[in-house]
Design a protein around this ligand. Structure first.
Ligand code: ATP
Ligand code: MG
Length: 238
């Protein structure tokens, strides 16, 4: 049994489906990438997995429990966490209050340990602890979103393009921290749009989404060159 199992998922906005019969699984301690062009439905799939977009049909189960109709709060109780693509921090709260708010399910002592750990991972956040999140740079905001999502040590982390738009040195340091989460035991579904070659070397399996359907599922080794990726994306346009 996989930790996360998505079967025959259809979801969308209003009456219009944007995902069609999507099957996807993430095993225990596995790092899975979801790639595909803009508008493919990657974020919609992430939202559905996290309970932010209701399923029109199909099912989503986690650790053997059917969570298709469950609230996001229930999913978090089960050990799921997400760093969204947009709206990933509380803009008016300080860095520290963003962290504390995200760790509200922990005891005060555990929360303090998690905040200290976040600062140890990302010293730039420690320097900016009293700043409102809206004043952070894009990269700092992604660090904060990841620190908030990963700080409770969830079993499953859903990351929606955490490295898009960031400077190469920041991408590198964030990728390193994400890989550390996996080494700490987390299972990860990583939505990638930019920099796939920075990320794929650390990934176990890859799903390719296009026009709301899974077009391919492969091991990451098959996509580790510019040429392999170009061929793949060219094929999607046919
Ligand atoms: N709130 C919304 N209301 C209506 N349609 C939406 C909404 N959000 C997304 N869509 C549509 O759903 C489709 C899939 O969008 P989605 O954001 O899931 O794609 P994506 O693969 O994450 O793209 P990107 O790489 O640009 O982030 C697109 O056609 C988009 O226009
Ligand atoms: Mg998206």
């Amino acid at each position: 049994m996989s930790l996360l199992e998505v079967k025959g998922l259809e979801t969308g906005y209003g009456k219009l489906p944007v995902l069609h019969a999507v099957d996807l699984r993430v095993d225990e301690n596995e790092m899975v990438a979801l790639i595909g062009p803009n508008g493919a439905g990657k974020t919609s799939l992430g939202k559905a997995v996290f309970g932010l977009l209701p399923a029109m049909s199909g099912s989503i189960s986690f650790d053997g429990e059917d969570l298709t109709g469950a609230t996001t709060a229930r999913r978090m109780q089960m050990g799921m966490a997400m760093a969204p693509q947009v709206g990933n921090t509380f803009p008016e709260l300080t860095v520290e209050d963003n962290l504390i708010t995200s760790f509200s399910t922990l005891s005060p002592e555990e929360s303090q340990v998690a905040v200290d750990h976040a600062y140890a991972l990302f010293p730039r956040l420690a320097d900016r602890r009293r700043q409102a999140a809206r004043t952070l740079s894009g990269g700092e905001r992604q660090m904060l979103a990841f620190a908030c999502a990963s700080g409770t040590k969830p079993r499953f982390l859903l990351l929606d393009e955490p490295t898009t738009g960031l400077a190469p040195t920041i991408v590198h340091s964030l990728v390193e921290r994400i890989v550390q989460s996996k080494e700490g035991g987390a299972s990860i579904l990583w939505i990638i749009e930019e920099n796939p070659l920075e990320v794929l070397p650390y990934v176990d399996r890859v799903y390719v989404l296009s026009n709301g359907t899974v077009r391919a599922e492969t091991v990451a080794e098959d996509l580790l060159s510019e040429e392999a990726l170009r061929t793949l994306f060219f094929g999607l346009e046919q």
